[in-house]
Design a protein around this ligand. Structure first.
Ligand SMILES: Cc1cc2nc3c(=O)[nH]c(=O)nc-3n(C[C@H](O)[C@H](O)[C@H](O)COP(=O)(O)OP(=O)(O)OC[C@H]3O[C@@H](n4cnc5c(N)ncnc54)[C@H](O)[C@@H]3O)c2cc1C
Length: 98
């Protein structure tokens, strides 16, 4: 789970609370890459650089610890290593506002 994924999910959910959003992340704990250099000087703890799930959970964004292994763009389905199949939309941005 990257920082852009998180900010995109939060922004979309705020624009349209009815949207169903899922984030699939490989790792239980993901780091904010931008803060990695600061770990050596000012932060001193990897735990302080972990991307929090809390804002996502508060907005009812689903989080799956898994790995996407394929994306079927024609049928709009992603498949994961744990056998999950999730449909997705590729609609234009304006749809998010309606
Ligand atoms: C050392 C460093 C310092 C940086 N400093 C800055 C800065 O000061 N300012 C700035 O604007 N940017 C900075 N950046 C860049 C910034 O971190 C990235 O632009 C940003 O993290 C991109 O976010 P993202 O969500 O697109 O992807 P990422 O942060 O790359 O996250 C992608 C996530 O997706 C997961 N993933 C990948 N493939 C799969 C899969 N098949 N299934 C499931 N999960 C998968 C990965 O495990 C990862 O957690 C820095 C980057 C680094 C490395």
């Amino acid at each position: 789970m990257g920082v852009l994924q998180v900010s995109t999910a939060i922004t979309l959910k705020r624009l349209n609370p009815d949207l169903s959003i899922a984030i699939i992340k490989r790792e239980e704990k993901a780091l904010v890459p931008c803060a990695i250099p600061y770990l050596f000087h000012s932060i001193n703890s990897i735990d302080k650089d972990v991307i929090s799930d809390t804002p996502l959970v508060k907005l009812s964004i689903d989080i799956y610890i898994d790995e996407v292994v394929s994306a079927d763009l024609e049928n709009k389905v992603v498949r994961t290593s744990k056998g999950l199949e999730l449909g997705f939309k590729t609609s234009s941005c304006y749809r998010f506002y309606t």
